[in-house]
Ligand binder design. Structure first.
Ligand SMILES: N=CN[C@@H](CCC(=O)O)C(=O)O
Ligand SMILES: [Zn+2]
Length: 424
């Protein structure tokens, strides 16, 4: 018995087609393909066809007669949004640090005083598997309610083999239990534990010799990430960690040039990272190198907004030929949000991206940033039917009426899992 779903009469259906082979760059980031009065026919969780409603109706009358129908009149249909950079699995919140920052303390001051990432590490180490699972599951529900159908999730609040594995196992179980698809990244190199403060090389060795081999042996992560920043991991240490990951089949990612220019973008190009993320202070040379070596820029404007910092130079990156994706950076310290649509608003208003580029950056380019562009990120024949329907008559309204949740329906693998803003 085939499972059929027919979404019809969308005021605008945005396919973002034609970029599955390589990420969209420059002008191609604006080519999103808008079909008016659009329709999608889904069979057994995959997209069977996409086009104008009348054309699809004429082509598949029998299948459509048997299909569950969703009328998207006055609504905008897009590929399910993809968040390629989150710190999903952690315990607790840090609102007191937020208040301290409002009084003038900086993010790094707080971290150097044993707060920041260290505070969340303490809470995460103390948390049971069940507590971490429950907190993270609640976050996934909210992501879904904001139109997101796939997230990347990093470890990095365990900072010991036992607790890093615990975080990654929570992500694995959520992948099995939840509607959301989760792509895991090992980020043991998120901070030097306080106990190793005076001997950081000891921890770097532990990441390289103990954690990476074990995470890889257990098949718990696809990517390996490092926080390359002054006072955290140096470019030299970061390179060792990323090269060690490569030897164990983990693809490099990097938190680069977030607080100050530190050679992170250049390092990403040298080690062949799939993406360099943050880049608020990336150098022009680093941006050029990323363009030459095809390193995706994953930009996190929510972090600049929340840390009251300069935004990344998205315009310059796009114009120089760097493919750009956008993400929440959801985490309890520098970006406590689960709203990718709000991040899209910031992309326009604070980084000069166009509404078309935003859609590319949160769909197909985000899929490329996590190595999934062959199956998700666009509405094309044969792809997984991950689809978001927004209660707006055109895509411009998504970035125009800002800070609101316009999601109406979310379809995951052909199944409506959010309908009229309610989890099903
Ligand atoms: N910058 C490093 N890591 C996170 C923040 C983590 C935290 O503050 O808990 C980020 O991407 O912003
Ligand atoms: Zn991050």
């Amino acid at each position: 018995m085939t499972d059929l779903l027919f979404i019809k009469h969308a005021a605008q259906l945005i396919t973002v087609e034609g970029h599955s082979g390589t990420p969209a760059k420059k002008q191609a980031m604006s080519e999103i393909t808008v079909i008016e009065n659009g329709a999608v026919l889904v069979q057994n969780g995959r997209i069977l066809d996409v086009g104008e409603t009348s054309a699809i109706e004429a082509k598949y009358p029998n299948l459509i007669a048997d299909a569950k129908q969703i009328d998207a009149t006055n609504k905008t249909v897009t590929p399910g949004l993809i968040d390629p950079h989150t710190h999903l699995v952690h315990a607790g919140t840090r609102e007191k640090e937020y208040a301290m920052r409002l009084q003038g303390k900086t993010y790094m001051d707080i971290m150097n005083a044993g707060g920041g990432i260290h505070a969340t590490t303490r809470a995460t180490q103390e948390a049971s598997f069940e507590q971490l699972y429950a907190e993270s599951k609640a976050r996934l529900d909210k992501f879904l309610l904001h139109g997101v159908t796939t997230v990347e999730a990093k470890s990095g609040y365990g900072l010991s083999l036992e607790h890093e594995i615990k975080q990654l196992e929570v992500a694995k179980k959520l992948q099995q239990d939840h509607y959301m698809d989760i792509v895991s990244t090992f980020m043991g190199a998120h901070a030097i534990p306080l106990a190793d403060k005076d001997n950081p090389e000891h921890f770097v060795d532990q990441v390289i010799n103990e954690m990476i081999p074990e995470v890889s042996r257990r098949g718990l992560a696809t990517f390996n990430d490092v926080f390359c920043e002054r006072g955290v991991f140096t470019p030299k240490q970061s390179r060792r960690i990323l090269e060690a990951g490569k030897e164990h089949g983990l693809i490099p990612k990097i938190h680069a040039d977030e607080i100050e220019p530190y050679g992170g973008a250049e390092l990403a190009a040298e080690v062949g990272a799939i993406s360099a993320d943050h880049l608020l202070r990336a150098s022009s040379h680093g941006i050029e190198q990323m363009a030459v070596r095809d390193v995706m820029a994953v930009l996190l404007p929510g972090t600049a907004f929340f840390l009251m910092a300069e935004f990344a130079e998205a315009r310059k990156m796009i114009d120089r030929g760097v493919a750009v994706a956008l993400s929440t950076d959801a985490n309890p310290g520098s970006s406590p949000t689960l709203s990718l649509p709000f991040i899209m608003n910031l992309g326009c208003l604070k980084m000069g991206m166009t509404p078309e580029e935003l859609l590319t950056a949160t769909t197909i380019n985000a899929a490329h940033a996590i190595g999934r562009a062959d199956t998700i990120g666009s509405l094309e024949k044969g792809k997984q039917a991950d689809i978001t329907i927004f209660d707006v008559p055109n895509y411009l309204t998504l970035s125009y009426q800002y800070g609101m949740n316009h999601v109406d329906t979310v379809i995951k693998k052909g199944v409506p899992v959010v309908r009229e803003k309610q989890l099903q």
